[in-house]
Design a protein around this ligand. Structure first.
Ligand code: PEP
Length: 245
């Protein structure tokens, strides 16, 4: 059976001017390097705003912490004002990109079809796509959570998926930034369902108000291969506690 090393990713969202983003990156790099003697427990990734990619990437050099984008356009270049291509992310030092985050799906009207094209673009540029899926509160209450997530996976993942180019992040929409988390039973059930349709060895992260108090229980579940962390990733102490450097 393939060993799936845990991955903890910090999604800074639209937070961080140069000074505070740099301070956060320095603190994370320092903690990661100090922990390296004992071997970090898991793989680490930070996804700062695009304006800080180069700065943060520079500060993380040698720390072992990878750099990711929060979104990208599907095309390599062209007349797409305000967009960033996968190639630009790779050029800025990224190895990963978050795609299909609910704040993109619901805030920017992104469909499964557009997410699928973005994943194709990410792979073209050599990036690992972190595909976010998750149900809304009404969908869960209607007993449709598994059906909704299965549909998103079926419609968003292009042919050619493999364990080294795709990571899934199960993020119940109602748990993001709300302080609410799914129960361990629901997380385990959903991750088990998701795994049935994926290439062997594909990592499935949980996201939705992960914090130092609930991380151990969530990360201890068999089919949870790490976490996508929003709010708590902005505080180096909280992020370190989740990661357990
Ligand atoms: C996220 O942005 O993907 C997320 C899970 O945010 P939070 O941890 O703040 O809920």
């Amino acid at each position: 059976m393939a060993v799936r090393r845990k991955l903890v990713a910090g999604n800074w969202k639209m937070n961080g001017l140069c000074e505070e983003g740099s301070a956060l990156a320095r603190s994370l790099a320092h903690r990661a390097i100090s922990a390296a003697a004992g071997g970090p427990a898991c793989e680490l990734l930070v996804c700062p705003p695009a304006t800080l990619l180069k700065t943060v990437g520079g500060l993380l050099t040698g720390s072992g912490i990878a750099l990711g984008g929060q979104d990208c356009h599907a095309a390599a270049k062209g007349a797409h004002t305000g967009d960033i291509s996968p190639e630009m992310l790779a050029d800025a030092g990224c190895s990963h990109v978050i795609l299909g985050h609910s704040e993109r799906r619901y805030g920017h009207g992104e469909s499964d079809a557009s997410v699928r094209e973005k994943i194709r673009g990410a792979w073209r540029a050599g990036l690992v796509a972190i595909l976010c899926v998750g149900e809304t509160q009404p969908q869960r209450h209607a007993g449709k959570a598994i059906e909704v997530v299965a549909g998103q996976l079926a419609e968003s993942i292009p042919g050619g998926a493999a364990s080294d180019n795709l990571v899934i992040a199960y993020e119940p929409v109602w748990a993001i930034g709300t302080g609410l988390t799914a129960t361990l039973e629901d997380i385990a059930a959903m991750h088990g369902e998701i795994r049935t349709g994926l290439p062997a060895g594909t990592r499935i992260l949980y996201g939705g108000s992960v914090n130092p108090q609930n991380a151990a229980g969530i990360l201890g579940l068999t089919d949870v291969d790490g976490a996508l962390v929003g709010g708590a990733s902005l505080d180096p102490k909280s992020f370190a506690a989740i990661v357990q450097y």
